[in-house]
Design a protein around this ligand. Structure first.
Ligand SMILES: Cc1cc2nc3c(=O)[nH]c(=O)nc-3n(C[C@H](O)[C@H](O)[C@H](O)COP(=O)(O)OP(=O)(O)OC[C@H]3O[C@@H](n4cnc5c(N)ncnc54)[C@H](O)[C@@H]3O)c2cc1C
Length: 390
C-alpha cells in the first residue's frame, strides 16, 4: 500500500494552496493530491470570461504541471477518492488503489446540482468545471445557429451561477427565460428593492423572468427540450443553464450534511482529518455561527490555514469573505456576514444599491449592486470593524 504523510483530496484552490503551504513548512515529506479533474489548478472565477470569448482557454490556468513537479507535490490525476477509513487512516481510489495517510485534507468543493427532471438529458448545462465551460461554449454556438424562432434558452436557479448565463445567451440573440422557484431573484439574500435592481438589469437585456415556477418535467425535442412547468405551462428551449447550487462530493466515510463539519481550526470530528473550501461547514468565529462559503478567497485562505494546522499549528480561521461578479455591465458584490434573519440598512438610488449589515454600529457585511467607487471603502470598513462609510 502506498503511503503519504499528507494526503489531499481535491486539486481545486483549497487543495492546491494547502499542498503548497505544506511544502513551505516541510521540504522533504511526501505530499499527494488526488484530483478528480485532470487539469492543473485553474480559476473557476475566470470561466465566465472564457465562455464569453473574452479570455483564451489557456489563460484560465493558474499552474502548470511542471510547477507541481518542481515543488515535489505528486498529483494522482483524474482519480477520485471513493472512501475513507478514518480509524485505519486509509483511503480507497476509484481504480482500487489504497493509500495510507497520516494527515488528510478533504477539499472536495462540490458538484453542480442537476435536479431529477434533467438527469441524463442533453442540452442541460451545469456550470462548475472547465469541461462544463467547454460544453456551454459549444451549446451557445449551436443554439445561436438555429433559426430565429428556435433560438431560446432557459436558466433555472436564483443564485450567482444562474446569473452568469444570460450574458452568455443574450448577445447571440438567444431569447432567455430565467425560471425562479421563489417570488423574485435572490429572494433570500437581498431586499425586494435589491432584487428589483438586478431584475431590471436582466429585463433591459431581454431576459424574461418567470416567478414561483419549477421545472416538473423535461423531454427531448428536435432542437432541445420541452420543459413542463409547475404552473401547468410549458416552454420549449434549445438549452438549459442550471444554477441550483452544489451537491457534496465528500467520499464515503467522511460525515457530511450540506458540508463537511469542522471546528474553527478546520478540523473535522475525525482524527487527523481537516477540511477546507466550498465543501467545509466551519465554525466562523467572526460571524459567531457555523457557515459554509462558496468563494475563491475563502477557499484559498482555508487551504492555507488547514495546512498550517495539519503541520501542527492551532490557527483559528478568520477571514472576511468576498465575492464579486460582472453581470452584463453591472458589478454585484457581497462581503462579510449577511445573516438571513437580519434586516439590512438600504442605501439606494434605484441603480446603485447597497444593503448594509451592522452590529452595534459596526459594519459586518454588505451586498453591493452596481456600486463602483465606494466598494473598496465598504470592504475595508468591514475588515477593520469600522462604521459604514455610507
Ligand atoms: C462559474 C463560476 C464562477 C465563480 N465566480 C466566482 C467569483 O467571481 N468570485 C469568487 O470568489 N468565487 C467564484 N466562484 C466560486 C469559486 O470558484 C469557488 O469558491 C472555489 O473554486 C472553491 O474552491 P475549492 O477548492 O473549495 O473547490 P473546487 O474548486 O470545487 O475544487 C474541488 C476539487 O476536488 C475535486 N474532487 C471532488 N471530490 C473528489 C474526490 N472524491 N476525489 C478526488 N477529487 C475530488 C473536484 O473535482 C474539484 O476539482 C465561482 C465558481 C464558478 C463555478
Amino acid at each position: 500500500m502506498d503511503h503519504a504523510r499528507y494526503l489531499i483530496v481535491g486539486g481545486g484552490v483549497a487543495g492546491t494552496v494547502a499542498a503548497e503551504t505544506l511544502r513551505t513548512l516541510d521540504a522533504e515529506t511526501r505530499i499527494v493530491i488526488v484530483s478528480a479533474e485532470d487539469y492543473p489548478l485553474y480559476s473557476r472565477v475566470l470561466l465566465p470570461n472564457y465562455v464569453k470569448g473574452k479570455l483564451p482557454r489557456q489563460k484560465v490556468f493558474l499552474r502548470t504541471w511542471e510547477q507541481y513537479t518542481t515543488k515535489n507535490i505528486e498529483v494522482l490525476r483524474g482519480r477520485t477518492v471513493v472512501s475513507v477509513d478514518a480509524a485505519a487512516h486509509q483511503l480507497a481510489l476509484d481504480d482500487g488503489a489504497r493509500w495510507q495517510y497520516e494527515k488528510l485534507l478533504v477539499a472536495t468543493g462540490g458538484q453542480a446540482t442537476v435536479p431529477p427532471p434533467f438527469a441524463g438529458l442533453p442540452h442541460v448545462l451545469p456550470f462548475r468545471t472547465l469541461n462544463d465551460a467547454d460544453r456551454i461554449r459549444e451549446e451557445v454556438a449551436r443554439v445561436a445557429a438555429l433559426p430565429e424562432g428556435a433560438r431560446r434558452a432557459a436558466v433555472v436557479g436564483g443564485g450567482f451561477i444562474a446569473l452568469e448565463f444570460p450574458p452568455f445567451f443574450a448577445p447571440h440573440g438567444i431569447e432567455t427565460h430565467l425560471l425562479l422557484r421563489g417570488p423574485r431573484y435572490w429572494h433570500r439574500t437581498v431586499t425586494p428593492e435589491g432584487s428589483a435592481v438586478i431584475e431590471k438589469l436582466l429585463e433591459s437585456h431581454g431576459v424574461v423572468i418567470h416567478r414561483n415556477v419549477e421545472v416538473t418535467g423535461a423531454e427531448k425535442t428536435a432542437n432541445g427540450l420541452l420543459l413542463a412547468l409547475s404552473d401547468a405551462s410549458s416552454l420549449e428551449v434549445a438549452a438549459v443553464g442550471v444554477g441550483l447550487g452544489l451537491d457534496s462530493t465528500a467520499p464515503d466515510g467522511v460525515p457530511h450534511n450540506d458540508g463537511i463539519g469542522a471546528n474553527a481550526q478546520l478540523e473535522t470530528e475525525q482524527q487527523d482529518i481537516w477540511t477546507a473550501g466550498d465543501g467545509a461547514e466551519f465554525d466562523d468565529v467572526i460571524a459567531g455561527r457555523r457557515r459554509q462559503l462558496g468563494n475563491w478567497l475563502n477557499a484559498d485562505q482555508q487551504g492555507r490555514c488547514a495546512a498550517q494546522n495539519m503541520a501542527g499549528a492551532r490557527r483559528t480561521f478568520e477571514n472576511v469573505s468576498q465575492y464579486s461578479t460582472h453581470i452584463f455591465d453591472m458589478v454585484i458584490a457581497m462581503a462579510g456576514d449577511r445573516p438571513e434573519t437580519a434586516t439590512p440598512r438600504v442605501v439606494s438610488d434605484g441603480t446603485k444599491h447597497v444593503e448594509l449589515y451592522e452590529r452595534d454600529g459596526i459594519l459586518i457585511g454588505a451586498t453591493m449592486i452596481g456600486l463602483a467607487a465606494e466598494r473598496a471603502a465598504i470592504i475595508a470598513a468591514i475588515k477593520t470593524k469600522q462604521k459604514s462609510p455610507l
